[in-house]
Design a protein around this ligand. Structure first.
Ligand code: ATR
Length: 275
């Protein structure tokens, strides 16, 4: 009898619009791997049991999305260094029942999208990241590893930005501030890491942050340009992109961790645009 097929899934709530099954199916086709990847909506109080049931049902790995990334961090019996620091897990490797390795591929996904797909150099750049929630915490370490001249975290609730900057201050030139505290400085790269786009809102940002060479990035994947993207375009940013590439790159890094081979992302990014 042949072995049962390896199962993977993304756990979240809501999960209906997840692109992850599509992305991982393309990776599996491309690399000739046999696996099943599904999207599962998990009730808020059922996360731990749902992971255990999945593990018993030949589950080999999970992606974790809103609102369970911190729960997954706590559940993991072992953590990668980057997940430890991020305080959040988006990738679980199931080694056996109750034996879960937690990793976080979001930051690597963002940096790879910026550097490989959008051909940016992050060294010596002044980078502004807006927001100070879980999504931003997950990407700070890989951004600082790319040796920017400075990384500024700006948040509506200022104290969260200050705290985040303090938590990572040993890794590079990072500072926190409120949204209304900029001078006349503009930035080379501005990344929207807030959840404002989800509700069709725009963080209150000053137009002076953007000059004709500024690259603007929304970490959200959107079928239509987000309010942040439209705003950046109106202010004359050089380029404005969404987080589609980050989504595919973080998935590729999860796939590599689970399956030991690195899929090609470029054709999947193109396919996702048409999906
Ligand atoms: P996530 O896991 O997506 O990061 P989160 O931890 O709830 O979600 O964080 C949401 C982030 O988006 C926060 O930085 C939040 O700002 P506050 O800390 O001031 O709440 C930010 N955010 C959400 N809606 C926003 C809006 N309309 N304008 C500015 N910032 C917003």
């Amino acid at each position: 009898m042949s072995d049962p097929i390896d199962r993977y899934a993304v756990f979240g709530n809501p999960i209906e619009h997840s692109k992850s099954p599509f992305i991982h199916a393309r990776f599996a086709e491309q690399t000739g791997q046999q696996l099943i990847y599904t999207a599962e909506r998990v009730d808020a109080d059922d996360f731990i049991n749902a992971v255990a049931r999945f593990a018993e049902n030949n589950g080999k790995g999970l992606n974790i999305t809103v609102p369970f990334k911190q729960d997954a961090w706590q559940l993991a019996t072992q953590l990668s260094e980057r997940a430890e620091r991020a305080g959040a897990v988006n990738t679980l490797v199931i080694n056996g029942p109750g034996d879960y390795f937690g990793d976080n591929t979001d930051g690597t996904g963002l940096v790879r999208d910026l550097v490989r797909n959008h051909k940016l150099r992050l060294e010596h750049k002044n980078i502004l990241i807006v927001g100070a929630g879980g999504a931003v915490r997950g990407v700070i370490e890989p951004l600082l590893s790319s040796k920017p001249a400075s990384l500024t975290i700006a948040n509506r609730t200022k104290h969260k930005a200050l705290q985040l900057a303090e938590d990572f201050s040993d890794l590079g030139n990072i500072k926190g501030c409120g949204l209304d505290e900029f001078g006349t400085d503009s930035y080379d790269i501005i990344i929207n890491g807030t959840s404002a786009s989800l509700s069709g809102e725009l963080p209150a940002l000053s137009a002076t942050l953007i000059n004709e060479n500024t690259f603007c990035y929304d970490m959200m994947y959107a079928t239509e340009p987000t309010p942040f993207m439209r705003w950046a375009q109106q202010q004359g940013a050089k380029r404005v992109v969404d987080g589609k590439g980050m989504l595919v790159e973080q998935a590729a890094e999860s796939f590599r961790i689970w399956r030991g081979c690195e899929p090609e992302t470029a054709p999947v990014i193109v396919a996702l645009s048409r999906f």
